[in-house]
Design a protein around this ligand. Structure first.
Ligand code: HEC
Length: 212
């Protein structure tokens, strides 16, 4: 295997540590070829080790991640559309109401715990929503990687179609925007059905602090 070049090292950081956002516009990013990607994955398989619940599957990219990596997060429509459609198909929408309890939703949105190798498997994980979004205007510490969601329900309405969109977005953001930087929280099993419903309530319930 040839020595890892600087662009390859950057690409590896971008792939596995979500550092792309800090690397400037898509056109400035190193071009990753399928061969580079296979080499990077081989290096990671060699150097990373399973620990606790952090299994080796975490270094493998699925077809969506692979397409985004190979196209600098901006794949052509003929690549993106069928993959998005398959992601949308895989969302399991629960029967009945999609709206839970916004009070639980606020706790889940604020919690960033979970998925660490040192966590006990089965410990309920949080949504980390505030890491990337403004939600309740009363909470002053939030990340800005994602758009502000303050007033989301007031602005977008609380219709069944909007409830379905928000549930689907949280379950699998890549069904709507293939290279979305938002984690696939339902798809990956980070959040369960009840938790996603509680987050839908946080965004859409008129009584939620997001909409006051
Ligand atoms: C790592 C950052 C990140 C995290 C964590 C994150 N999001 Fe996002 N989210 C984004 C980004 C970036 C976008 C917008 C661009 C895109 O992906 O299409 C987005 C988009 C959205 C949208 C669609 C907004 C619109 O105008 O239609 C909703 C709803 C949303 N996020 C809710 C949530 C909720 C609820 C959580 C917590 C469970 C969450 N997000 C966690 C980054 C994140």
């Amino acid at each position: 295997m040839r020595a890892m070049t600087i662009p390859l090292a950057l690409a590896a950081g971008c792939l596995f540590f979500a550092a792309c956002a800090t690397q400037g516009p898509v056109e400035d990013r190193p071009q990753v070829t399928a061969r580079d990607l296979d080499e990077i994955t081989a290096l990671l398989r060699r150097d990373f080790h399973e620990r606790g619940q952090a299994k080796m599957v975490r270094v493998e990219q699925d077809d969506v991640q692979r397409a985004c990596t190979l196209h600098g997060d901006n794949p052509p429509a003929e690549v993106a559309k069928p993959l998005e459609a398959a992601q949308l198909q895989s969302i399991r929408f629960p029967a009945g109401s999609l709206v839970g309890n916004w009070k639980n939703g606020e706790r889940i949105a604020q919690s960033g715990r979970g998925s660490m190798w040192s966590d006990k498997p089965g410990v309920q994980e949080g949504g980390s929503c505030y890491n990337c979004h403004q939600l309740s205007p009363a909470v002053e510490a939030y990340g800005t990687l994602g758009p502000s969601l303050a007033g989301f329900g007031k602005l977008r309405g609380n219709t069944p179609a909007m409830q379905r969109y928000v549930y689907g977005r949280i379950y699998n953001s890549k069904a709507y925007n293939l290279c979305s930087q938002m984690p696939r929280l339902g798809h990956a099993g980070t959040l369960n059905e009840e938790q996603i419903k509680d987050l839908v309530a946080l965004l859409l319930d008129p009584a939620s602090p997001v909409n006051r």
